[in-house]
Design a protein around this ligand. Structure first.
Ligand SMILES: [Zn+2]
Ligand SMILES: [Zn+2]
Length: 263
């Protein structure tokens, strides 16, 4: 199969690698699409060290099950699935305390097991969640959306009437939409004015009610000073990369409503 191989920090080449074979309990997915996020950028830059080079990155994936390993019902072949990228053991001390993200045996697609930027991906069958027919642009947003919904669930407090979302990358946009879908008045801020304008415009396009509003820039200025934020041009470049993704995220408003009722 073809795969995008990170051969060293900052360098990706497309090359042929052997097809992965599903082991017991695993499924092999013909990858349909992969989202990119900040974690991928960390692996790409070398800030998060890949376990080996060449390395296949990518964890926000969807596709179609094309083969199953022993112990997985053959009926799963043909299912459209999204990948839950992080598998915790549920038996270590951290897992038992409920801190599954700190699991000492955590397996993470694209981080410490081969990722999805390839034609085929093998994951445990329980991490391949079957999905209804949705456009590819929506399926690729499912994983980041679950991150947001899990964060809201873990709040363990009633949602406020109004909230400020700081940062309008992919997660900030989905968080804004999730809050809006639950009736929270959202103000949103980002150092990049184009991102703020895009968020307001997208929300307006989604249902004709632009309730998202930019707050003053003082917060972002203080933020920039403290965190030595990248230059305006670097921020603009990353905004351009995000805008294709963000345009699909904006279309998730309607999909979030039924989800929020059950999450
Ligand atoms: Zn991610
Ligand atoms: Zn664990």
């Amino acid at each position: 199969m073809k795969a995008a191989l990170l051969v060293e920090p900052g360098t990706i080449v497309i090359d042929e690698v052997p097809d992965p074979e599903p082991g017991p309990g695993e499924v092999r997915i013909a990858v349909g699409g992969v989202g990119l996020c900040g974690s991928d950028m960390s692996v790409f830059s070398g800030r998060w060290k890949a376990p080996a080079y060449p390395w296949i990155m990518g964890h926000e994936a969807f596709g179609v099950v094309e083969a199953v390993g022993p112990g997985v019902p053959p009926e799963r072949v043909g299912q459209t699935v999204v990948v839950e990228p992080n598998a915790s053991c549920f038996t270590c001390e951290q897992c038992i305390r409920g801190w599954t993200s700190a699991c000492v045996r955590r397996q993470s697609v694209g981080m410490n097991r081969p990722g999805a930027l390839a034609e085929r991906l093998v994951v445990p069958g329980r991490l391949a969640w079957s999905m209804p027919e949705l456009p590819a642009a929506d399926l690729v947003c499912v994983e980041p959306t679950t991150v947001v919904l899990a964060a809201l669930r873990r709040l363990e407090a009633p949602l406020p009437d109004a909230a400020l979302v700081v940062g309008l990358g992919g997660q900030g946009l989905v968080m804004s939409l999730a809050l809006l879908a639950r009736g929270v008045a959202v103000s949103a801020e980002d150092l990049n004015r184009d991102r703020v304008a895009f968020a307001v415009r997208s929300r307006g396009a989604a249902d004709g009610q632009a309730t998202m509003a930019a707050v003053s820039t003082s917060l972002s200025t203080r933020w920039a000073r403290r965190h030595r934020w990248p230059s305006r041009s670097a921020a603009s470049r990353s905004a351009a990369r995000c805008s294709a993704w963000a345009s699909t995220v904006a279309r998730w408003t309607s999909a979030l409503r039924p989800w929020s009722a059950t999450s």
